[in-house]
Write a protein that binds this ligand. Structure first.
Ligand code: NAG
Ligand code: NAG
Ligand code: NAG
Ligand code: NAG
Ligand code: NAG
Ligand code: NAG
Ligand code: NAG
Length: 719
């Protein structure tokens, strides 16, 4: 581009210069025209307009057409030509004899001038019947010719000068004198005879009917040549860059003649070589670049031009290459974007499949639209909600995954669970949780808002439960906000109600299978929310148990289930029992601070109760806040729940009712300070550690309620 611009700029510049100079081939401020004949320097009209007095031109414009004369030789000029083939075309006289209608002209003698008749461009013609004509002043050389006679005419019928009526001959070079004399061939030869020097080309080509043309002419055109005397030439004679001069040396023929030169513009330049900076470069590319260079780019250079094929080729190649690369880059970019998009979609589809999307869809279709409310979130939505799963947003980490706090676009605070490992089993758990949770609508069960299956690891979106887990609350309990007895009682009741609902009230019975304090969440009012349904199972109504791989958390695991691999609703009851004991004692389900046999809280509590040491294990803060009777009642319930035989455990419904009752008593007692009398509660317990043995215990207000003597009581009710 830049190159092109520069070159075109240069061209414009050159064009301007050329226009400026070609405007005049005469010296500046000198007339360059006489009539419509241009007068080139070194000729000139008026003082200081010619190179040398030899070249002075006069212009008489009073006559029409104007008379142009070379004053130094007193010859009338027809026109000038001043280039490589420069000449002055002058009026050459016609010498005649015995012509009725014309008088003979004077001859020419320009001896001593730089001008002479061009030997190559002019010829001598003699016409007339029986003519014999000679040039004078060429002595000792005799120049002339003779013709025959046909019809007594000047020129023959074919207008040729082959000796019939007309003859011609070449002239000597550097002829400066011209005249002719006629000789009679025979006595009878009469009539008009002509002789003249004429421009050969004009005579041969331009005049077709020579007889009639010459009849009326006073003169014929002839061409003068000349050399410029060295002393007149104001230019260095040596070869210049734009012009050159060649010498016209004086020959032996004309010993008196001065040394002289002629100057020309160099090849590739045009203009007037005698003028200062008269020769200007020809832009050869201007006239017909196609012809000069074909498809290549024609580039003008001083004196010449270049066909820059390679450059053009390179430019075209460069441009096409650049364009190609650009296209490729754009195409590549689009392709990349497209492939990336496609890959992302594929990936999301893959994840969706791997994450059980199909399973979920299947579940959706088979569960009659109850999952409709569960929203499928996009990965983008959840990225935004959790600030790209920022570490600062982590609420907790568990066996199943990490839980992040997030905020949806609509402002809802949510908990996003991101599974850690994705294997087939986990996927099943995950989908299971989605399906189960979406079927449950209970105030004490954490609500599932939706899920996202497009990511590498499946994501679950829950309502956000702000106060952490019961486990945290019990075991990392701050002194400032200890859990009151009433709250503990209420939490126990709520868990029991939730499980009762899961076991019986929900459309399909659901076993939670992983009840533990760390799966109980606490909301802003410390209400229990049962969570983590990853291992839960829903079973058909007529089924009573699930035969599975033993699954659960050590410390909460039902020993009967552990032995038989048969999970029943009573297995959840056992786990609930452990939570109940945790609520009573604030002890961890497994603790290595306790003696070996009491490492498990369940065992520890049962042993303590049976050894009548219940109040040794109950949290001191609890005993301070309540009547012992309530503690005993709860402990009794826990004791029953922890029965080694599932059959002997109460159902969750019974447990919930019992806790409801205790809670109402507690409220009453708070109002009335009236303690209800509590008698013994007798419970049948089978211990895992002594397989077959059956123990019987009773719970009493005072004394050991958990002895192994009493007969089993089916009912938990006393009295
Ligand atoms: C110009 O030509 C006219 C007629 O052709 C003539 O009368 C006149 O004298 C000429 N003038 C000069 C200066 O030669
Ligand atoms: C030159 O001038 C003559 C008359 O002065 C005219 O007849 C002729 O046509 C002109 N030639 C051109 C080329 O203008
Ligand atoms: C031509 O003129 C020169 C002088 O200028 C003279 O010496 C010579 O004799 C003349 N020639 C003829 C043939 O008249
Ligand atoms: C004229 O020329 C033609 C051929 O160009 C020739 O045949 C003919 O004889 C010529 N006429 C005379 C009178 O020489
Ligand atoms: C000129 O020509 C005529 C015939 O046309 C002739 O009678 C006369 O003698 C000729 N004159 C001379 C001097 O030859
Ligand atoms: C002869 O004729 C050509 C074209 O027909 C023309 O260009 C040229 O000027 C003529 N020559 C003369 C001396 O008139
Ligand atoms: C003309 O040029 C030749 C060669 O340069 C030289 O020998 C001769 O003296 C010159 N004659 C005159 C008159 O200047």
């Amino acid at each position: 581009m830049a190159v092109r611009f520069v070159s075109s700029f240069t061209f414009l510049l050159l064009l301007t210069i050329r226009l400026a100079f070609s405007a005049s081939i005469a010296k500046s401020k000198c007339p360059d025209l006489c009539g419509n004949v241009s007068i080139p320097y070194s000729f000139g009209i008026g003082a200081d307009c010619f190179l040398n007095p030899w070249f002075e031109v006069s212009c008489n414009e009073t006559s029409s057409p104007p008379i142009i004369s070379l004053t130094s030789i007193n010859m009338e000029v027809l026109d000038f030509r001043l280039d490589r083939y420069e000449y002055v075309r002058v009026k050459s006289p016609i010498i005649s004899k015995n012509c009725s209608d014309r008088e003979t002209s004077r001859g020419v003698n320009i001896t001593g001038s730089p001008f002479f008749f061009s030997g190559s461009m002019n010829k001598f013609i003699a016409a007339g019947c029986n003519n014999k004509a000679f040039m004078t002043g060429t002595e000792p050389t005799i120049v002339g010719c003779e013709s025959a006679c046909i019809d007594n005419r000047l020129f023959g019928p074919n207008n040729t000068c082959n000796g019939e009526t007309c003859c011609e001959t070449v002239i000597p070079s550097r002829l400066r004198v011209f005249n002719a004399r006629f000789e009679s061939k025979e006595s009878q030869s009469e009539g008009c005879k002509l002789a003249f020097l004429v421009e050969e080309k004009w005579f041969d080509v331009n005049i077709t009917d020579k007889s009639s043309a010459l009849q009326n002419m006073d003169y014929v055109p002839a061409l003068l040549d000349w050399g410029i005397p060295d002393e007149a030439l104001g230019l260095p004679k040596k070869r210049g860059r734009e012009y050159y001069c060649t010498g016209y040396y004086s020959m032996h023929l004309e010993p008196y003649y001065l040394n002289s030169s002629r100057c020309y513009c160099q090849y590739g330049y045009e203009g007037n070589a005698y003028l200062l900076n008269g020769c200007q470069d020809i832009d050869e590319c201007q006239d017909d670049p196609q012809k000069r260079c074909g498809d290549a780019t024609c580039v003008n250079i001083p004196g010449h031009y270049q066909c820059e094929r390679r450059k053009t080729w390179v430019i075209i190649l460069g441009i096409s290459l650049g364009f190609g690369v650009l296209c490729l880059a754009i195409g590549g970019w689009w392709l990349y974007k497209y492939l990336k998009k496609r890959r992302n979609i594929k990936l999301r589809e893959k994840f969706f499949k791997r994450n059980g999307g199909l399973l979920l869809q299947q579940q959706v279709s088979s569960s009659e639209g109850s999952i409709d409310k569960t929203k499928i979130f996009t990965s983008k939505e959840l990225d935004k909600a959790t600030d790209n799963f920022n570490k600062n947003r982590v609420l907790g980490q568990g066996g199943q995954g990490t839980v992040y706090k997030g905020m949806l676009v609509d402002g809802r605070i949510v908990a996003v669970k991101k599974s850690i490992v994705v294997d087939a089993e986990k996927v099943e758990e995950f989908i299971n949780e989605v399906v189960i949770l979406s079927q449950i609508n209970h105030r004490n069960v954490v609500k599932l808002l939706g899920c996202c299956l497009e990511t590498a690891v499946p994501l679950l979106v829950y309502e956000f439960i702000p106060n952490g887990t019961l486990f945290q609350y019990l075991h990392d309990q701050s002194e400032e906000f200890p859990l009151s007895w009433e709250t503990r009682l209420r939490i126990a009741k709520e868990i029991a109600e939730a499980l009762s609902y899961l076991h019986s009230a929900a459309s399909i019975p659901i076993y939670h299978r992983d009840i533990k304090s760390s799966n109980i969440l606490l909301d802003e009012k410390y209400r229990a929310k049962v969570s983590d349904f990853g291992t839960s199972r829903s079973i058909s109504i007529d089924q009573t148990h699930l035969t599975t791989h033993v699954h659960g958390t050590f410390g909460y695991l039902d020993p009967e289930y552990f032995q038989s691999s048969q999970f029943t609703e009573k297995s959840d009851v056992y786990s609930f029992g452990v939570v109940l004991v945790e609520l009573l004692t604030s002890e961890k389900p497994i603790s290595f601070e306790r003696a070996e046999e009491g490492r498990s809280l369940a065992t520890h509590s049962i042993l303590s109760m049976e050894e009548n040491q219940l109040f040794d294990i109950v949290d001191a803060r609890v005993t301070k806040q309540t009547k012992d009777g309530e503690v005993v009642m709860v402990a009794t319930l826990a004791y029953r729940c922890l029965s080694l035989s599932g059959r002997k455990r109460p159902t969750m419904k019974e447990a919930a009712m019992e806790l409801e009752r205790i809670l109402s008593l507690q409220k009453d007692s708070n109002v009335q300070h009236d303690q209800e009398e509590i008698d013994c509660v007798k419970i049948d317990v089978t211990y895992p550690w002594d397989g077959a043995s059956t123990s019987t215990g009773s719970v009493c207000d005072s004394g050991n309620a958990f002895s192994r003597e009493s007969e089993p009581l089916i009912s938990s009710k006393t009295k």
